[in-house]
Design a binder for this molecule. Structure first.
Ligand SMILES: [Zn+2]
Ligand SMILES: [Zn+2]
Length: 258
């Protein structure tokens, strides 16, 4: 399998995954032009993509969904709840390329996609557990308001996890966001703090886990260093050695192969 986070943060999110030889994109929250530039940077030919999975309808996840679906004749998988809200922003999607998520499904007979609901303030938000027929598993969930025990099974035995580490609690309180926005971010339907996500990684850790990406790092209430250090300290305290990488907003992570 191969994975690269093309970019992550409040200005756009997109993750490229090649699982069992099936190239997939999870979210497309950048302009079509930026997405094409990022594909070039990671040396991926976008016309090879087989599917685009959408986690939820916030603009930092769907900005380029309609554009690249039309440009690449790419099927998109989205919940009906998110589609209803996002319809105008997405523009016309060819009938055969609009596929509503209702339970698990397969892509090309090689990737088993298992969506799961998470707490976040969109019409509906899902994370994805992707199981390849080659035995590799990736879990992607970038906007998660709170860690609940019911999502734990979806992380079981994953090789790679992409999880948000959105804000530092102290920086969020000190930054100049309006009070209501601070409340929204910190609520159980907002985003995960560094402390929340490092605890989650520590608890979901298993010996098969090869790599964790920290995603959706806020530019106003966090730093890449703080997100990384908080998780590394937590893992250290649990005597866990793990490859942890931060996903950046403005450039892709190097292609990781497993
Ligand atoms: Zn969101
Ligand atoms: Zn987001």
């Amino acid at each position: 399998m191969k994975i690269s986070i093309l970019g992550s943060g409040s200005e756009g999110n997109a993750t490229y995954i090649d699982l069992a030889g099936v190239p997939i994109l999870v979210d497309a929250g950048f302009s079509g032009k930026t997405l094409m530039e990022r594909f070039l940077q990671i040396e991926v030919v976008p016309s090879c993509l087989k599917a685009l999975l959408v986690t939820h309808e916030h603009v930092d996840h769907i900005k380029g969904v309609g554009i690249i679906s039309r440009k690449l004749n790419l099927p998109i998988y989205i919940t009906p709840e998110s589609y209803r809200v996002a319809q105008r922003q997405l523009g016309k999607i060819a009938e055969g390329n609009l596929r509503f998520i209702s339970g698990d499904f397969w892509i090309d007979g090689k990737v088993h996609v298992i969506p799961f609901d998470v707490n976040h303030d969109a019409a509906r938000t899902v994370g994805f557990r992707l199981e390849g027929v080659n035995g590799k598993t990736v879990v992607v969930t970038t906007d998660v308001g709170s860690v609940t025990t019911d999502i734990a099974p979806f992380f079981r035995n994953a090789d790679v996890i992409v999880l948000e580490s959105n804000y530092d609690f102290g920086m969020l309180q000190a930054c100049d966001y309006p009070y209501a926005l601070k409340q929204r971010i910190n609520s159980s339907h907002g985003h995960l703090s560094n402390e929340d996500s490092c605890r989650m990684i520590g608890e979901f850790y298993h010996s098969n886990l090869k790599k964790v990406y920290l995603a959706h790092v806020s530019k106003n209430s966090n730093t890449y260093e703080m997100a990384l250090n908080t998780t590394l300290q937590e893992l250290n305290a649990r005597c866990i050695s793990l490859d942890v990488e931060v996903a950046y907003q403005h450039h892709p992570t190097p292609m990781f192969e497993l």
